[in-house]
Design a protein around this ligand. Structure first.
Ligand SMILES: Nc1nc2c(ncn2[C@@H]2O[C@H](COP(=O)(O)OP(=O)(O)O)[C@@H](O)[C@H]2O)c(=O)[nH]1
Ligand SMILES: [Mg+2]
Length: 216
């Protein structure tokens, strides 16, 4: 995918703030710190468009990033963060649930799990919920570079078994650090977004793009 333009649009806290131009939306769901922001930055070759942070649980809104005039990435609040109140967690859950079930522009959910660990209870519940509702889904296993090559197959097997993934279910091992899995993931994204692969080749000139940091 050739990304010429990427910009942060809004941290939406209410549905009225979601974009109204009808472009396809690709949602990213996963635990805080799993690597959602890093994955967005890697996919669009920017160092810091989506803010990466080691303080988990800060993202409390749906963060919209517009990619070319083609699609939006929608970065979700990370689930499974212990230090928020029950009320807060409930409110996030409701917002996510409403978005996932009702948003017509939603074309694909990227559920992200950390390849170093067995999927958590939250990961498993989220996965079951998404599948139960028949949402288009790709599971992305992040931080592959942190696993020695000889042990990767084993880690992948553990994740697939825990989430009961079958042949044909979409699964991409990924590293934001090294770019592993990037082409495969773009292929899945563009296919679900209904974007022709005609534009999907060269790398953009990352140096010429200005970074935009956000607090979220
Ligand atoms: N080695 C390595 N570190 C990663 C990778 N993805 C994310 N990280 C690190 O994990 C931390 C959390 O990443 P971030 O993208 O902010 O996670 P988010 O909370 O899901 O948005 C940061 O310190 C990142 O640098 C990866 O693929 N490889
Ligand atoms: Mg983030």
């Amino acid at each position: 995918m050739k990304v010429n333009q990427s910009e942060f649009i809004i941290s939406a806290v209410r549905p009225e703030q979601y974009p109204e131009d009808g472009l396809p939306e690709i949602a990213l769901a996963g635990r805080s710190n799993v690597g959602k922001s890093s994955l967005i930055n890697r996919l669009i070759n920017r160092k810091n468009l989506a803010r990466t942070s080691s303080t988990p649980g800060k993202t409390q809104q749906l963060n919209y990033y517009k990619i070319n005039q083609d699609l939006y990435f929608v970065d979700f609040p990370g689930y499974g963060y212990a230090k928020v109140s029950k009320e807060q967690r409930f409110a996030w859950g409701k917002m996510m649930e409403k978005y996932l079930l009702e948003r017509k522009e939603l074309k694909l959910v990227m559920q992200m799990v950390d390849m170093r660990h067995e999927p958590s209870k939250d990961d498993m519940m989220m996965n079951e919920w998404l599948r139960h509702h028949g949402l288009p889904l790709v599971v992305v296993a992040t931080k592959m570079d942190k696993i020695p090559k000889t042990r990767r197959a084993k880690h992948i097997k553990v994740i697939k078994e825990a989430l009961d993934l079958r042949p044909g279910d979409l699964f991409v091992p990924f590293s934001s650090e090294e770019g592993l899995g990037k082409e495969e993931l773009w292929e899945i994204i563009t296919r679900h977004a209904g974007i022709g692969q005609a534009v999907a080749e060269e790398e953009p000139d990352a140096e010429n793009q200005e970074d935009h940091e956000i607090n979220g």
